[in-house]
Design a protein around this ligand. Structure first.
Ligand code: MEV
Length: 316
């Protein structure tokens, strides 16, 4: 804890973005998923003791939480949940939020904000919130942001290393060698809630077709663990492209994502797929080397990516 402007207690909590390598959507139905932290993109929640009423300051809104726009409701839920778990009155805190994680791009922005808030409020109150309690705060926010959530985002934004996730259980992932990824933002917002809802509707209409696709996605997630452990870039890339084909058949891709996946493939990527809920959001491409990653990022921007980021996954 530090001191605020007038010597009042203040504290900051942070969390980072995430990218799903395998298993988006199928993870909601109990299949395994593999996800990686994106530590270059961060959310930071600065908490201080406030006057009456919960005050929020962020790029979308400055003012009393009671008048905040609907898209900030997950944030308000995170504050209430963290306050309830630490015994502080939410009406007596001020929250300043800064984030470099783009909203609605499948990069875990809402989960990262919730985890940052939970960590910040824990620090402000001198309370120890263990990983499960921080995750419970993220789930309270995610329920409002996305409806039914697997919990994968909340766990990945709080993890410094890649994780395997299934039915709420997190296990570490063994990695050999190094995997150079490029993320490309389609520039289009994606609604995870809508995408998850469309898959659920598909499940009701054609359970065997949609169930088969979800099963394939789960099997690819499980099989990817051996490729990661072996440092097999070509093998992992092929699995990513296969997963993208399943996701497109599931109906969660769109023209902008298809364009970026095709550009990555034409640019020599080992593999490429949409990442996150889809229907907008980002594409994750696997480069063949660090030098190739820089070229691939340029190729993806030339193909219309609004922005790109590079990240390396390697033996920890
Ligand atoms: C969203 O980042 C990932 C989805 O699988 C939803 C979830 O896991 O709750 C689409």
């Amino acid at each position: 804890m530090t001191a605020g402007p007038a010597g009042a207690p203040a504290a900051t909590g942070t969390a980072h973005a995430k990218a799903i390598l395998f298993g988006e959507h199928s993870v909601v139905y109990g299949s395994p998923a593999v996800a990686i932290p994106l530590t270059a993109l961060n959310a930071s929640a600065h908490l201080s003791a406030g006057a009456d009423g919960l005050r929020i300051d962020c790029d979308l809104y400055s003012g009393d939480a009671a008048d905040a726009p609907a898209r900030l409701l997950p944030l308000v839920a995170a504050v209430s949940s963290a306050c309830a778990r630490t015994g502080i009155d939410p009406q007596r805190i001020a929250l300043q939020l800064t984030s470099s994680i783009p909203y609605e791009r499948g990069l875990g922005s809402s989960a990262a904000v919730a985890v940052a808030v939970a960590r910040g409020i824990a620090a402000l109150t001198g309370t120890v919130l263990d990983a499960d309690a921080v995750h419970a705060v993220a789930m309270d926010a995610e329920r409002i942001a996305h409806g039914r959530s697997s919990g994968l985002d909340g766990r990945t934004v709080a993890s410094e290393a890649p994780i395997r996730f299934q039915n709420g259980v997190v296990t570490p992932v063994e990695v050999s060698g190094s995997f150079e990824f490029v993320l490309a933002d389609s520039g289009h917002a994606g609604s995870t809630a809508e995408a998850v809802g469309s898959v659920r509707a598909g499940m009701e209409e054609s359970p065997s077709r949609v169930g088969g696709l979800l099963e394939s996605l789960g099997l690819l997630a499980e099989a990817s663990l051996a490729r990661l452990a072996a440092g097999d870039v070509a093998g992992l890339g092929a699995q990513m492209s296969e997963a993208h084909t399943c996701l497109a058949e599931l109906g969660v891709s769109d023209d902008s994502l298809e364009r970026l996946v095709s550009a990555a493939t034409a640019g020599g990527a080992a593999g490429a797929k949409l990442t996150g809920g889809g229907r907008g959001g980002c594409v994750l491409a696997l480069a063949r080397s660090a030098a190739h990653a820089a070229d691939l990022a340029e190729t993806l921007r030339a193909a219309g990516a609004a922005r790109t980021w590079q990240t390396t996954v390697e033996a920890g």
